[in-house]
Design a protein around this ligand. Structure first.
Ligand SMILES: Cc1cc2nc3c(=O)[nH]c(=O)nc-3n(C[C@H](O)[C@H](O)[C@H](O)COP(=O)(O)OP(=O)(O)OC[C@H]3O[C@@H](n4cnc5c(N)ncnc54)[C@H](O)[C@@H]3O)c2cc1C
Length: 295
């Protein structure tokens, strides 16, 4: 097995162009497990750890450009303000060791339906995009087009993830996950939710309950309509049980889970409705407080 160790981003792209079947490795928290269990036997490994810019983030106006290899621990420590949903999701990943190594770029590369970054990225809005690069150039892949199947994504063979671009939150965001224990467990199901008062929209993301991470489109549309028609963005008044209940049901209906060792499809649907109701109640409560304190 060849071991490629580029020192710069340019060298990394050139190496990927020359060896399209080379398996990139960032934190290695997915890759090393799969190598150890002989899931993969790639002809080459492309180690990205010397490429400094992958471990940097920057903020330009209303958008955070998060380098693919920035570890979860730093997202929690440095980005809870601008990216609260992603920071909350990051807190639930693995253990301190995994959070020190694992990255959003790796989560996107693996594209597991159970990856915790995905519901938060979907909920953060349709402007979230993955910056994919190759020697041919750079393209921005909207997050809604990124996940193409179980553990599959829309990267071409010669492309690497440079960064993910996420709009700075303009309202409260939440992430909630169910596992069979508190830590070091793959989610039975997960849900990300975000209020976007600037655009009058809401964002959702469902994890571990469909072949790919996905949003609950009808739930988003329903809530957007209710909030606009009832003037709730302006008043911040309580939503009422019926609205919260209906939102939960629509999120449940958007899932298409399977039965597996971690939970039944029926349990996942039920749990998602609960997570959706809770995260909506938490975020709306926070939003209402903001409106009242500003009045
Ligand atoms: C004990 C344990 C607990 C875990 N718990 C969780 C959890 O709670 N939640 C969760 O979501 N995940 C969990 N994981 C999985 C893993 O930690 C995450 O998926 C993490 O985000 C992977 O990031 P990484 O940098 O380690 O990726 P790597 O293992 O380095 O790579 C993962 C995949 O992405 C590809 N890749 C990496 N970087 C790039 C790039 N720049 N461009 C293109 N492709 C790239 C790799 O080729 C590989 O296919 C756990 C893993 C372990 C071992």
């Amino acid at each position: 097995m060849e071991f490629l160790r580029p020192a710069t981003w340019g060298e990394a792209l050139a190496a990927k162009a020359e060896h399209p079947s080379a398996l990139p490795i960032a934190g290695g928290t997915d890759v090393m497990v799969e190598l150890n269990f002989d899931v993969h036997r790639p002809s080459a490994i492309l180690d990205l750890n010397r490429v400094a810019e992958l471990a940097e983030w920057s903020q330009d106006g209303g958008v955070v450009r998060l380098g693919a290899a920035v570890p979860y621990a730093r997202i929690i420590a440095e980005l809870s303000g601008p990216l609260p949903g992603l920071a909350l999701a990051s807190r639930t990943v693995g253990s301190p060791q995994i959070r020190n190594r694992g990255s959003v770029g790796g989560n996107l590369g693996a594209a597991s339906p159970a990856g915790d970054a995905h519901p938060a990225l979907l909920a953060a809005g349709r402007d979230v995009c993955v910056e994919a690069a190759s020697v041919r150039g750079t393209r921005l892949i909207p997050i809604d087009d990124f996940y193409t199947g179980v553990k599959r994504n829309s990267l071409a063979a010669d492309e690497l993830i440079r960064a993910v671009r996420v709009p700075v939150a303009d309202g409260p965001q939440q992430f909630s996950k169910i596992g069979t224990r508190n830590a070091m467990v793959i989610a039975v199901c997960a849900f990300g939710f975000a209020l976007h008062p600037g655009s009058g929209t809401v964002g959702t993301g469902i994890g571990s309950a469909a072949p790919t991470p996905r949003r609950a489109v009808e739930a988003e549309e329903y809530l957007r309509g209710v909030l606009a028609e009832r003037g709730l963005w302006e008043s911040g008044e309580a939503l009422g049980t019926e609205v919260v209940q209906r939102f939960g049901e629509l999120v449940k209906a958007a899932a298409s889970p399977i039965d597996d060792v971690r939970g039944t499809a029926e349990y996942r649907r039920h749990a998602l409705a609960v997570l959706a109701r809770r995260t909506l109640a938490w975020t709306w409560n926070d939003y209402g407080k903001q409106i009242r304190s500003a009045a």
